[in-house]
Write a protein that binds this ligand. Sequence first.
Ligand code: NOJ
Length: 556
Amino acid sequence: MAEEKRLWWKEAVIYQIYPRSFQDSNGDGIGDLAGITSRLPYLKELGVDVIWLSPVYKSPNDDNGYDISDYRDIMTEFGTMADFDKMLQTAHELGLKIVMDLVVNHTSDEHPWFIESRSSKDSPLRDFYIWKDPKNGKAPNNWESCFSGSAWEFDEKTGQYYLHLFSKKQPDLNWENPKVRDEVFDMMTWWCEKGIDGFRMDVISMISKDQRFPDGEPTVGDLGFYGPYVYNGPRVHEFLQEMNRRVLSKYDLLTVGEAAGVTVDEAKKYANAEGTELGMVFHFEHVEAIPGALAGKWTDKKPHLPELRATLNKWQLELEGKAWNSLYWDNHDQPRAVSRFGNDAPKWRVLSAKMLATCLHMMKGTPYIYQGEEFGMTNMHFATIEDCDDIQARNAYQQYVVEEKLVDGPTMLRYFDEMSRDNARTPVQWDDSANAGFTTGKPWFTVNPNYKEINAKAAMADPESVYHYYKKLIALRHSLPIIPYGVFEPLLLDSESIYAYKRHLDGQTLTVACNFTDKEVACDLFEGLSGEEIISNYKEHKAGVLQPYEARVVLS
Ligand code: NOJ
């Protein structure tokens, strides 16, 4: 097999910051850039290499910054461009890189482009967005928004509908228009010239729409319902190759595409080893809903290991040597990893969080840590719909509980406890002081009441904590090339409880086994295996078994 091309972002660990909930510096209850700057030494100490910043641009916050009204300015609540420059400079001085979120499938409806575009049918910017005449007095087709309801909004003034695959305040840009592409590429170049280190590209698999705009059988994906004609569309690779030629190839960047609806075959194109498009993509298959979930997302059922293993193995094996994997359990759109895939009961929280981290960080690809994951933050409890902030959850409640009466309120709230994006968006729990040290004011969103026990300060003081375990995993990746580059070999394909695999590089082998259950399970993988145990969440092992949530890694 050809030698894997060695690149810095393949050896890096990425840390995602959701700025609104990370650290407030001025007491207004909202996280901000100066708050991030003040926490950079914490991230340096943790050992991560790169920070992915969820959007910090000017935004009316219909979808917490994923609705941008000015790509070259900073959200008022987050600070100023001077604060951004200071953050970037401080990060670079510490040897940390900054990756920006690039949200260019859509803008805010308050972006000057859209304000101009909607002003008249003859506007010079009319074609910056996707406008269509009504069909039989109704929406042009049956595409649905990822945030519930039709993807089309009727505009009284001009008598046409515009497309919004997300909220109606997030109109989709028309990538068919070369002027739109020019604007986007200019803006990206502007940020690159500022010295940023890469882009995470929001729903980039959705930028090319089938221009026939046909009705579709709605398909189910983690982001909700959308017609089958909007992701991995006819020109998406052409657009990304153009972006690569005109912008990305001119700088040394980390690029990761959020690719809703991506298959392994599509991923081989997006993240091809020749580097003509992106560095890597996020797929959704391992976090995607359980069969039978309402609208493909809402459920209180836990993932089942055999299916999870099949998905993880497929991505590891299929991309080998052809494209690069990104590895994640959670992010700002997912519930907390330890609650979803592990066990957040006090007895198992620490053990299962360490097990999940081991499983992910030893796989092939670039691992992502979502803020608070590194010390085991958990899901929230939502007692009423008023406790929820997220537009996706609120719209789903309105549609499925209030209007269509498909489920009752308490059931939906139980689903939210398990799956809602709000679980990830509670403020970071820094210490056990008021508001978990996130703000001196009133936090914009509820602090998880478990912050007295689960917080960064306590974790840093405890050598057995989840935090110190993450620190060790990160350091191992930096010191052992087999972790980023070893070839993946799956093991124990029939186990109901254990996820296990080997990695191979230059005559070395890494053996990894993780028990996903709270039961002791027979396992002979380590019997007679010589080598050095490089990490485990148990100090003592028992012959022939893995203990509850035990994870072991041996290098031989
Ligand atoms: C994906 C982002 O991760 C999510 O938070 C957002 O709501 C949608 N894209 C729309 O931008």
